[in-house]
Write a protein that binds this ligand. Structure first.
Ligand SMILES: *Cc1c(COP(=O)(O)O)cnc(C)c1O
Length: 360
């Protein structure tokens, strides 16, 4: 029988990648510390959409796009780093990986470890992990250690532990994480044909802003890097370690970022800045994104947009906001912060009519 002719995929403006989807490491072999033939641990991460945001564009008077990192396999950008970190760990013969996490690193490490057939342990601050992230980590079969302390203490402990035990550390102190995450900058650079003038991004442990800047620099590009921290967890803005970081944006609830110097260098060298936002401003952007742009991200991710709305982009015309993780990760925050409405209704047509069509 004659094979049907392949239908070419249409190239759609705003689609970051059309064609056969390949694992991130294969897409960027020549720029990553891997060789063809290395056994890769991949869930087909990367190649995420770069979506136009018409409402935001109108509001700030620039062309604003959203880099949808929640489209990665476990719902956050951590997968870009994790495919590299876990592939490298397996290449080096590791049988286990470990991380400290505010949630997404744990979910990602657990998934990639499951895929690789190795064990995973995660240390998380007690009671501080969003429900979706905890559910993922558990269902992938990781060992979850709930620490009576904060993220920074968890990270100090895993660093000590991995110094004396043959377990691979997959936090963003791991160079492979930074290498993998820089590919998002490549995708933006390709998608906008080098036209990105400003990048807005939430900053927690500061691995991601470090990665983006490295990625852009490798291509000779230098968009302004605008990083955003939450008021109760803004060590880079205050210039000092925060002992008890607090914010609704749990993914950036970090008081002592491991990539401190790198993040400051990214902001300074790109003529950008690291700035601060209140939880109220973050939640306003969170609801705006969901209700006006149709994009449900997690609270930390909305900091990129909140920052753009508050501070502008210093005259840049092509702006990209990184939406680092998916809204479903944190259903509690969504349920507590929305303008939606649930109307109780009896099984009765008159009541239904009133509920559906009546004044809100
Ligand atoms: C990890 C994470 C961040 C912060 O990234 P850093 O590299 O720690 O600065 C922001 N948003 C989400 C959703 C994350 O998972």
């Amino acid at each position: 029988m004659k094979e049907p002719a392949p239908v070419p995929l249409p190239r759609v403006e705003g689609a970051a990648f059309s064609g056969v989807h390949v694992p991130l490491i294969e897409r960027y072999y020549e720029r990553l510390p891997f060789e063809p033939g290395d056994k890769l641990v991949s869930l087909q991460e990367g190649s995420t959409p770069l979506l136009r945001a018409p409402v935001l564009s109108e509001m700030v008077g620039a062309t604003v796009r959203l880099k949808l990192e929640g489209a990665n396999p476990t719902g956050s950008f951590k997968d870009r780093g994790m495919t590299c970190a876990v592939s490298a760990a397996v290449r080096e013969g590791a049988k286990a990986v470990i991380c400290a996490s505010t949630g997404n690193t744990a979910a990602s490490a657990a998934a990639y470890a499951a895929r690789a057939g190795i064990t995973c342990a995660v240390i998380v601050p007690e009671g501080k992990i969003a429900a979706g992230k905890m559910a993922q980590t558990l269902v992938h079969g990781a060992r979850v250690i709930s620490l009576q302390g904060n993220f920074d203490q968890a990270l100090t402990l895993v660093r000590e532990l991995t110094a004396t035990h043959p377990i691979a550390l997959v936090n963003s102190v791991n160079e492979f994480r930074i290498e993998g995450q820089k590919t998002a900058a490549f995708e933006i650079h390709e998608g906008l044909e080098g036209g990105c003038e400003a990048l807005c991004i939430p900053v927690g442990n500061a691995g991601n802003i470090t990665s983006y800047w490295r990625g852009f620099r490798e291509l000779g590009a230098s968009p302004k890097m605008f990083g955003f921290q939450a008021e109760g967890a803004a060590p880079l803005v205050e210039g000092k370690v925060i002992e008890h970081p607090e914010t609704v944006a749990s993914a950036i609830r970090i008081g002592n970022p491991v990539r401190w110097e790198d993040a400051m260098a990214a902001a300074t060298d790109s003529r950008g800045a690291i700035r601060v936002l209140s939880d109220k401003e973050i939640l306003h952007a969170y609801r705006l994104l969901a209700s006006r742009e149709g994009m449900f991200c997690e609270p930390a991710s909305a900091a990129s947009v909140a920052g753009l709305l508050k501070y502008g982009a210093d005259g840049a015309e092509q702006v990209v906001c990184v939406l680092t993780g998916r809204g479903l990760k944190d259903p509690e925050t969504a349920m507590a912060n929305n303008d939606g409405k649930i109307i109780q209704c009896a099984v009765d047509m008159a009541r239904i009519e009133e509920a559906v069509l009546g004044d809100p």
